[in-house]
Design a protein. Structure first.
Length: 454
């Protein structure tokens, strides 16, 4: 017994399990709020180990000064709404190592809940190195992210006013949306603006038809016989005005994006190789900004060779994950972070579920949108999507194809490789050969041999 006690007294810190060693002795925890932040530091660093600061900039500077006084080098904080962003950026500028953690993963299991206990619990977990920080891109990526999210908001608001235009036309029984594919196209906007200016003759309105429109002038004129009520015309006029206002703001946003991309450091001064028609149809934003040339000079690879990835999708990916893949050790880590890989749920040696976990990751959503666009694509990825869809359904097929796109995106940026499209026919031949090889192995294992039927 005495020997056991003696052995316990001589136990060194390095003899403890790795997850119990004090990894961050100079760690602090911050419970973030909308109007105040509660900060905890190790005991003995000051007269009080927990202090409360308001969210004003002067108070944030005082918070950073107090952490410096307490010899803090690493800070952990919860990701609460957008309230953490000013404090996070200020602490990073002051030289602190800041970890942003998911509030759902650091719940205090004791059952007691208060701001003081929360920040102390964060500080304790961070001291023992038990917190994994969320991915936070560098500042230049955050700038692009801000532009792209602003553009996304403007596009959503613009589409809302398109619905208002359709509602006003439907209430007057002007079925323009039945004869043109897009009422905001050339034909649709000419006719709508003529209606707003006072034209009511269907034949005159039908002459605004663009020559590329599939519907005839007679069909368009037939759809424009309706009940022109004053209140609906007023709603239509306001919806058009708001739609055009948002379109102008979207154009300004795209100009700012182009200006920002042009100011970024480049890896090459060469232009991308000439692409086929499918690449030329998706290499620009709606306003005509050439994204392909800018991204090629920044990354040194032609990301537009990947099927389904258009200019807006690639800019969204650039704003959410950037073009530097070093934060992820492999493509498996990357797809796991995106929540595009099968989940792991096992108990008692049995697999309970492999369902992909839900995620609000915008980069994953961009990959899913790109995968869904390959429904009729004659590419290898299009053939892969249709094969998986026939077996397990469209939802699983979109996830599987999005994962393949994410792996290709990672590989191109990580290794500087180029994507070579083999086409649908070559993919199907390779798949049939893999199936044949598998069947032959199964037959040989059972003592049989396959013979080609004449």
């Amino acid at each position: 017994m005495a020997k056991r006690k003696q052995r316990r007294k001589g136990l060194a810190v390095t003899d403890l399990p790795e997850h119990l060693q004090h990894v961050n002795l100079n760690a602090a925890g911050i419970d973030v709020g909308s109007d105040r932040h509660v900060v905890a530091v190790p005991a003995g660093r000051d007269e009080v180990s927990v202090r409360e600061f308001e969210a004003f900039t002067t108070d944030l500077n005082a918070l950073a000064d107090w952490l410096t006084k307490c010899d803090i080098t690493s800070v952990a904080m919860e990701s609460t709404g957008v309230y953490w962003i000013p404090l996070f950026e200020l602490l990073e500028q002051r030289g602190f190592e800041v970890k942003l953690v998911d509030a759902r993963q650091v719940k205090n299991v004791s059952g007691r809940k208060s701001d003081v206990l929360d920040c102390q619990w964060l500080q304790q977990l961070h001291t023992y190195g038990l917190l994994a920080g969320a991915f936070r891109p560098p500042d230049q990526v955050c700038v692009l992210r801000g532009y792209m999210r602003q553009r996304e908001m403007l596009v959503q608001a613009s589409s809302m006013h398109i619905q208002h235009m359709q509602k006003a036309l439907q209430q007057m029984n002007l079925l323009l949306h039945n004869v043109v594919s897009d009422i905001t196209g050339v034909t649709g906007m000419k006719i709508i603006k003529a209606i707003i200016t006072g034209e009511r003759d269907p034949q005159v309105l039908a002459r605004q038809r663009d020559q590329r429109c599939h519907s005839s002038a007679a069909t368009i004129a037939k759809s424009l016989l309706g009940n022109y009520r004053e209140e609906h015309l007023f709603a239509l006029s306001q919806a058009v005005s708001l739609y055009e206002t948002y379109q102008a703001k979207i154009a300004d946003c795209e100009t700012a994006i182009a200006r920002y991309l042009g100011s970024q450091p480049t890896r090459t001064d060469e232009e991308p190789p000439p692409g086929d028609k499918s690449v030329r149809n998706r290499d620009r934003l709606r306003g005509g900004v050439d994204v392909r040339s800018q991204l090629y000079k920044m990354t040194g690879v032609d990301l537009f060779n990947l099927p389904g990835l258009a200019a807006d999708t690639l800019l969204t990916l650039g704003g959410e994950v950037g073009f530097d893949m070093t934060p992820w050790r492999s493509e498996k880590h990357f797809t796991s972070w995106l929540s595009l890989c099968p989940g792991t749920k096992k108990s008692n040696g049995k697999v309970l579920s492999r369902k992909t976990k839900r995620s609000a990751n915008r980069a994953a959503a961009a990959f899913r949108i790109a995968a869904a666009s390959l429904t009729r694509s004659q590419t290898a990825l299009g053939a892969f999507y249709r094969r998986i869809r026939a077996r397990v359904g469209p939802a699983e097929a979109i996830t599987a194809t999005a994962r393949k796109l994410a792996v290709l995106y990672y590989s191109l940026l990580k290794h500087g490789s180029a994507y070579v499209e083999i086409g649908q026919t070559a993919y199907e031949q390779k798949y049939q050969q893999r199936r044949l090889n598998s069947i032959q192995k199964q037959a040989l294992a059972m003592g049989y041999q396959l013979i080609l039927a004449t």
